[in-house]
Design a protein around this ligand. Structure first.
Ligand SMILES: [Zn+2]
Length: 180
């Protein structure tokens, strides 16, 4: 049984070597057939297998696909490229400032400003500016939020673009009244 195969195999291990039990070498690339797929001329390897070891060829293609999978190889490559392109795209958060009024207690309102950070504005400086401008308490809360004591929301549409010329009034969205 072994003999019929031996005649067509090359680089066969020594007869006294019992392990690996059964290695079949490719006549095209001379590697064991399971490594053919790493060989650049894999299609030629498959062709050789198909002609010389049809049984092994059947096994191989049932795992890795048909002989003319050049197209799928192409697709894989394109997919990989596509992913790379997405990766290089810089992620940027939306530039938007939101102002809203929130009620505290029965008749007290505060004004909440979010998004100044997205314009690269120092929140501490901004909070101080608002406090001075409106003569009221103003503090930084969280990552990108300033709470101004008092209802000054409508004034902010004028004051913010005035103070920071890069912020157009259109960048400021009025969220209205929020319950806090
Ligand atoms: Zn090969």
């Amino acid at each position: 049984m072994e003999n019929s195969k031996t005649t067509i195999l090359r680089n066969r291990p020594q007869p006294n070597v019992t392990y690996p039990l059964k290695v079949i070498y490719c006549g095209h690339c001379t590697l064991p057939v399971e490594y053919c797929e790493y060989y650049p001329e894999y299609d030629r390897c498959k062709l050789w297998l198909q002609q010389n070891l049809p049984a092994e060829f059947e096994k191989l293609i049932s795992i890795s696909g048909g002989i003319d999978d050049e197209n799928s190889e192409e697709k894989k490559r394109q997919k990989r490229g596509g992913k790379g392109m997405i990766k290089t795209k810089k992620k940027e958060g939306p530039k938007q400032i939101c102002v809203s009024r929130a009620t505290r207690g029965k008749k007290k309102s505060v004004t909440v400003v979010t998004g100044l950070n997205s314009f690269g504005i120092d929140l501490k400086i901004a909070a101080k500016f608002f406090g001075t401008k409106f003569a009221c308490g103003s503090s930084v809360v969280g990552d990108d939020e300033i709470v101004i004591q008092g209802d000054v929301k409508d004034d902010l549409f004028e004051i913010i673009p005035e103070k920071w010329s890069e912020i157009d009034e259109d960048f400021i969205e009025d969220l209205g009244d929020l319950k806090r």
